[in-house]
Design a protein around this ligand. Structure first.
Ligand code: AAL
Length: 399
């Protein structure tokens, strides 16, 4: 009897394996058309590497107009490099009375980092900043016009620094949204987002009494030491800082895109854990409600977003596994990769006067960026981009 039992079990095991095998082979049988084989240059349709299987899932409707190359260059006038002055994180440019306008973070002097007396020191180049603005007729030669939004009075949520600003023009009103730090700028200080508005592009600006966006409050620090990596619980992607705000009017609402920094940030296989989120409001002044779909990007750094083809496009740079990609979301939330680029200018100030629908990356044809001359001093530079159709050598026909 026991022999019989063993035989039955054995047979059922074998048949079981066979079924599994059959299923597996059926699962793995990927049909490759001759066209796909030729486009992807696959040697043998019967032997598909993991890379080929991934390539077969790529979208086939994406044109090379999503791909671009770029160069950066020096600007003139007040945006020429000036030792001792920090000018960085330019907003988008908008046009008024024949002139381009831009807003940016401005501070002076060296930064001491976190080693000293944080109450007195300037810890980062973007610490102890005010928001300034400049104008230009051609986008090349710039005139610094003066301060637009200053840090708040002692005790205000923005009394330490106001920086990294964006502009939105909507129905005859101008809105500046920007990062804020209050109190002592130590390693664990939370960063928020403030808003200022004006009927005139030249100000004066009225500031929101409260921040319009704050970090998620579900992270828990470990211990009292000023160490941002020591946590009991990390919390949401934006539990430490909300950064790089940019408001886009979209589908009758206001989409505030931002970068989140998380308590207990780690370095992963994609580099720094930096993600993007969105908060949505019915009115420009808020209240802004964070989307339950956040994070909407698991990569990126400074926010760079623009409307395109009824949706929102985003340039994702610097951090995370999807860095150096251009993405697009029909609903402003569910972004897909549209191109993978070699690199891009950082902290871009987009040209909002561009004809966005001409080409998915038309708005990137030229604009502003910042560059580190040193750890202490950054300056605003120009950039231009172009699409390419073919990779050609000197003297080779392009088409
Ligand atoms: C930038 C932005 C934010 C950060 C710092 C100043 O590139 O991401 O603005 O706080 O760096």
């Amino acid at each position: 009897l026991s022999y019989l039992l063993i035989a039955i079990i054995g047979i059922s095991l074998i048949s079981c394996n066979c079924d599994e095998k059959k299923e597996k082979t059926m699962e793995e049988k990927i049909v490759v058309t001759d066209e796909q084989q030729d486009y992807l240059g696959i040697t043998n349709k019967e032997y598909l590497s993991a890379a080929s299987k991934r390539a077969l899932k790529w979208r086939t409707d994406l044109g090379n107009e999503w791909f671009f190359e770029y160069k950066v260059f020096d600007l003139k006038g007040d945006f020429a490099y000036e030792e001792g002055v920090v000018r960085r994180d330019p907003s988008a440019m908008i046009k008024h009375d024949g002139k381009f306008y831009v807003w940016y973070s401005r501070s002076t002097g060296l930064s001491q980092g976190f080693g000293g007396d944080n109450e007195k020191d300037k810890v980062f180049p973007w610490d102890r900043c005010d928001i300034w603005y400049a104008t230009s007729e051609d986008g090349i030669t710039w005139k610094e016009e003066g301060v637009a939004v200053e840090r708040g009075k002692k005790g205000a949520y923005d009394d330490r620094s106001v920086f990294t600003v964006e502009i939105m023009e909507h129905e005859g009103m101008y809105y500046l949204c920007y990062q804020t730090v209050g109190g002592v700028y130590n390693v664990r200080v939370k960063n928020q987002v403030g808003l200022a508005w004006s009927k005139s592009i030249n100000g004066p600006w009225t500031k929101s009494e409260e921040p319009i966006l704050s970090p998620a409050d579900n992270g828990v620090w470990k211990g009292e030491e000023q160490n941002r990596f020591a946590v009991e619980k990390k919390g949401d992607f934006d539990s430490h800082k909300v950064h790089d705000p940019c408001i886009i009017p979209f589908k009758g609402k206001f989409y505030l895109y931002y970068k989140g920094e998380q308590m207990g940030e780690q370095i992963t296989f994609g580099g720094r854990q930096i993600r993007h989120g969105v908060a949505i409001a019915d009115n420009p002044k808020g209240p802004y409600v964070k989307s339950p779909y956040n994070p909407i990007s698991n990569s990126g750094h400074e926010i760079c977003v623009w409307p395109y083809n009824g949706g929102i496009a985003a340039l994702i740079t610097t951090d995370g596994p999807e860095k150096n990609t251009v993405q697009w979301a029909p609903d402003g939330i569910n972004f897909e990769i549209m191109s993978s680029i070699k690199g891009a200018p950082h902290a871009i100030g987009l040209n909002r006067t561009a004809d966005n629908e001409k080409n998915p990356t038309e708005i990137l044809r030229w604009g502003l960026t910042h560059q580190y001359k040193s750890w202490d001093y950054q300056y605003i530079r120009g950039f231009e981009t172009w699409n390419i159709k073919n990779h050609t050598a000197k003297g080779e026909t392009k088409d």
